[in-house]
Design a protein around this ligand. Structure first.
Ligand SMILES: Cc1cc2nc3c(=O)[nH]c(=O)nc-3n(C[C@H](O)[C@H](O)[C@H](O)COP(=O)(O)OP(=O)(O)OC[C@H]3O[C@@H](n4cnc5c(N)ncnc54)[C@H](O)[C@@H]3O)c2cc1C
Length: 206
């Protein structure tokens, strides 16, 4: 909801003025607002995303308190359980405690772990389904399901907080899988608010 024009008009209400179409002055205003951290006009542009992602990425995502979330509940449903099974296994980086390096396991070892993870996930799913079929409550049976399980949520956020999210989550320190989502979102932002995106990127690179 909203556009570059909504940002300009939210800012110009201070003067009781509005624009019908974005002109050069409006573009300069967006740049000025970004540069001087007049952030509230950017809160009038809202995004809702429907995200399917493994649990371990959803956990990182939901640390962003300025988003509103609603997620599938495994207390309510035992259907459509899917797993993310990695094909490539990045190695731990030597000089950074949290990051992975660009180096990966050999193809043979990767293939082995890919199929072992797949088997483990299927075993977990089998035990889960058995428990549910015996009447165990979904809220306790779900404990056996691994972090590779996909979850599905809606997340709504305003542009100001989304740009903050992008700064953190497209950064090289962010987990690779999380960065892929953030980069996809960055491309959406670029389409929806091209002028804001242009100046935000410029300022980031200054
Ligand atoms: C690379 C990376 C590694 C991380 N590693 C860890 C880790 O090891 N362990 C861990 O627990 N977390 C970790 N985090 C999560 C991190 O600490 C933040 O919780 C997360 O990035 C959300 O950032 P945020 O609080 O700025 O965003 P949001 O929650 O969206 O908040 C946006 C801004 O609003 C303000 N704000 C929101 N809530 C409050 C509040 N209650 N009080 C004051 N100001 C508030 C702050 O200015 C904040 O920057 C990591 C994050 C990144 C990007």
């Amino acid at each position: 909801m909203g556009s570059d024009l909504s940002i300009v008009n939210s800012a110009r209400i201070s003067y009781n003025r509005d624009s019908k179409e974005l002109d050069y002055k409006d573009e300069r205003l967006i740049k000025y607002l970004l540069k001087n951290k007049h952030t509230s006009p950017f809160e009038h542009v809202l995004f809702t995303f429907n995200i399917k992602t493994p649990l371990f990425i959803a956990r990182q995502w939901m640390r962003h308190r300025t988003w509103s979330f609603n997620e599938i509940s495994r207390r309510y449903t035992d259907e459509n359980i899917e797993f993310y099974i990695p094909k490539e296994f990045r190695l731990q980086k030597d000089d950074n405690k949290q990051m992975s390096s660009e180096e990966v396991l050999s193809e043979t070892e990767s293939f082995l772990y890919h199929s072992e993870i797949r088997n483990q996930c299927l075993i977990s799913l089998q035990i889960y389904s058995e428990m549910v079929s015996k009447g165990v409550a979904r809220e306790i049976a779900r404990g056996i399901l691994p972090q590779f399980m996909y979850t599905n949520f809606f997340g709504t956020v305003d542009l100001h907080n989304l740009l903050h999210f992008l700064e953190l989550r497209t950064h090289i320190h962010s987990q690779h899988e999380m960065r892929l989502y953030a980069i996809a979102i960055e491309n959406i932002v670029k389409e929806v608010v091209p002028i804001t995106y242009k100046y935000w990127k410029e300022l980031k690179e200054e």
